[in-house]
Design a protein around this ligand. Structure first.
Ligand SMILES: [Zn+2]
Ligand SMILES: [Zn+2]
Length: 237
């Protein structure tokens, strides 16, 4: 009775398509929108998390991780960067719909809480934005998502530990080969002692080629981090 009254006054609408959802649950994304985004499933590379083209077979290292182990211990994305998940990330970042962080964080929690728990993390560290980008956008989407994850996982969030000390061109405008060079030396730690000996989950919204999170992980490992697990809502396949 109370629920139907609340639904009447504040009808639960899908964060993505705005249609009414009778059984909204916590996430508030309709079944059609959820179905438009593919969860990242095995077989994947257990190191960098890249999904393989075939749907069959077991997880195995990809060629690039065999050739050179990335600076992080593992990377996991919840979804392929497509459909409603991509639209929700766009609404959050470019339309400044802050409320979209909630369904994104909840979807990530559903799919990746097991992997994070297994890792036994001691702190969450969001990928930082440069001051100039932060001024333009007004917020860092990785922090907004990480705040909700930290609350659910009960892990401390280190908002200012990792800093972007050099302006870099948006990775999206660069060829894959140029991206590592673009972010080299772009990050520093406010206090390296905080990372020393700790198991760290590095949080970002989207992983594209992994150059940014690789460089962040390199800086954390250089300060003595015991292990780094990269966790993102989505991943460009
Ligand atoms: Zn929808
Ligand atoms: Zn790999």
């Amino acid at each position: 009775m109370l629920k139907s009254l609340i639904d009447l006054v504040f009808p639960p609408l899908c964060h993505n398509c705005r249609q009414f959802i009778p059984d909204a649950g916590r996430i508030h994304v309709c079944p059609e929108c959820i179905a438009s985004s593919k969860p990242l499933q095995s077989p994947i590379c257990p190191c960098c998390g890249i999904p393989f083209a075939t749907d069959e077979g077991i997880d195995h290292l990809c060629g690039s991780c065999i050739e050179k182990h990335p600076p992080f211990d593992a990377a996991r994305g919840a979804f392929v960067y497509e459909g409603a998940v991509r639209d929700l990330i766009h609404r959050l970042k470019y339309d400044r719909k802050i409320q979209c962080r909630r369904p994104l964080a909840l979807l990530l929690l559903e799919l990746l809480s097991g992997a994070v728990e297994e890792f036994s993390p001691e702190m969450l560290v969001p990928v930082p934005l440069h001051k100039r980008r932060l001024r333009e956008r007004g917020f860092n989407q990785a922090i907004l998502i990480a705040e909700l994850l930290a609350r659910e996982w009960k892990i401390p969030l280190e908002r200012r530990l990792l800093q972007r000390v050099r302006w870099t061109e948006p990775q999206i405008n660069l060829a894959a080969g140029e991206r590592a060079a673009n972010v080299k030396g772009a990050f520093a730690l406010s206090d390296p002692k905080i990372a020393s000996g700790r198991r760290i989950v590095l949080i970002d919204d989207v992983l594209t080629t992994g150059s940014t999170v690789a460089e962040c992980s390199r800086v954390l490992k250089k300060a003595g981090a015991a292990a780094v697990l990269v966790v993102t809502v989505a991943r460009v396949p």
